[in-house]
Design a protein around this ligand. Structure first.
Ligand code: F3S
Length: 430
């Protein structure tokens, strides 16, 4: 790999041991990928504040400073040697983490670990990591511009960054984002390279796709077919708002690992179908009609059998304020069925907005809760005794049965809220 003078200097240790380790990691990583060089990045989204449970003992024995340094060295720099964490060199945000200690009464999470994470927030906050604590950094202020090179983790954020914003990132990991935050560098490879970003598959949508559920179903079907390739979607698509593209991308990246898509006339690198493909010819044309829509629905509901629902999970990816408002409107003045829990997940900054707008009170008066920082799939925390879950998120429906061994119903927001009132799943496909 060709290195610039500043990269060589970092590799030689001119900026200290942690930066040296970070540059060494990036060179090894870039060479394994076949990248010929690194590229500057000023926008990193990673995960540093959720210490592994083993670190609780280390922190108790050797103190927070040592425990955090050891955690970062091992988890974010792939280093056996414990190095001191310096300040981030470039704009760095914490993605999703565990729930905060304020949620402790709601689940069986380890209170000591939740408290430790709060201390980790302060440790890394003091080193310039912005604790957004969400899988949707683009909803709370991190909105890179078209062409900007980023180093982001989290599949639903990566596909949004590439496709909707036209910024450039691969799906990075704990280590590469840790190293990027200390160096401002990432391998120039994959989605950083313009030619790599052209479409591979043409998707012809033959049924109207308008509401949230339909965008989720379409994403889930397309992801399963194209896997990690780049679909270009045409046909009966209504003009999507941000939250629909958020759901579509999260679904496609769950069922297939899609990291980029184009919708001609909507996404910034596809003014036309021709521009979306560039000099490439589609390797296949995929039809999405009634039968395909039903297949996606049945796949998403394949684990569900019992109609009695214990837990309604909304907010995957984390809800926008508009989504919280939509849920609050349906809950207003009513009470949840006894024994049915409702959690709505949203970034903490949007939670503040929901508090001020009165939506949190409406949700809580109905018996539900608004939670921030995490979600059941990441935290592995749910209301006690949950066996059957309902959600409006294709991504959560994809992962939660495998992670938590629960049955899962997928449907519209209305299906979910109705189930919260009756304790029974009555949703279905029209
Ligand atoms: Fe976010 Fe958790 Fe869904 S990280 S995208 S709410 S699985």
């Amino acid at each position: 790999m060709k290195l610039t003078a500043d990269e060589k200097a970092m590799l030689d240790g001119s900026e200290g041991r942690a930066v040296q380790k970070a540059m060494d990691l990036l060179v090894r990583y870039g060479e394994a990928l076949g990248a010929e060089r690194l590229v500057d990045t000023k926008n990193v989204c990673g995960a540093v504040t959720a210490p592994s449970p083993r670190k609780l003992d280390i922190v108790k024995k050797r103190g927070l400073e040592y425990g955090m340094n050891e955690n970062f060295s091992e988890m974010n720099l792939d280093s056996d040697e414990v190095v001191e964490v310096p300040p981030a060199k470039v704009y760095t945000c914490q993605l999703i983490q565990q729930f905060g200690p304020d949620t402790a009464p709601l689940h069986d999470g380890n209170r000591e670990m939740l408290d430790l994470q709060k201390q980790a927030d302060s440790f890394f906050g003091a080193r310039g990591v912005h604790i957004m604590a969400t899988c949707t950094p683009y909803q709370v202020g991190n909105v890179p511009v078209k062409g900007e090179h980023c180093a982001w983790m989290e599949s639903s954020a990566v596909i949004y960054c590439n496709s909707v914003l036209g910024a450039r990132t691969n799906a990075e990991g704990l280590e590469s984002t840790g190293a990027a935050s200390l160096t401002g560098k990432i391998p120039y490879w994959g989605y950083h390279v313009p030619e790599f970003r052209r479409g591979t598959h043409l998707v012809e949508v033959e049924v109207p796709v308008d509401d949230m559920m339909d965008w989720g179903l379409l994403g889930y079907y397309v992801g399963e077919i194209v896997q990690d390739q780049i679909p270009v979607l045409t046909g009966k698509l209504s003009q999507p708002e941000m939250m629909k593209l958020k759901h579509f991308g999260a679904a496609a990246s769950s069922s297939g690992g899609v990291e980029m898509y184009h919708i001609p006339g909507v996404t910034p690198e596809a003014p036309s179908v021709e521009a979306a493909f560039g000099s490439r010819k589609p390797v296949a044309t995929i039809k999405y009609g009634k039968a395909e829509r039903r297949t996606a629905y049945e796949n998403l509901n394949s684990t569900a059998k019992d109609r009695k629902v214990d837990f309604i999970m909304l907010g995957c990816p984390h809800d926008s304020i508009e989504q919280v408002w939509q849920a609050a409107r349906q809950l207003e003045g009513k009470r949840l069925h006894a024994g049915t829990e409702l959690w709505i997940h949203t970034p903490r900054a949007i939670r503040e907005l929901a508090d001020r707008s009165g939506y949190t009170k409406i949700v809580e008066d109905a018996g539900g809760h608004i939670l921030s920082d995490s979600c059941p799939a990441i935290s592995r925390m749910m209301p006690r005794g949950t066996k059957v879950v309902a959600t409006d998120s294709a991504k959560q429906a994809h992962y939660l049965p495998a992670i938590m061994g629960v049955q899962m119903w997928f449907g519209s927001l209305k299906d979910c809220i109705d189930a919260a009132f009756t304790g029974q799943w009555a949703g279905g496909l029209d």
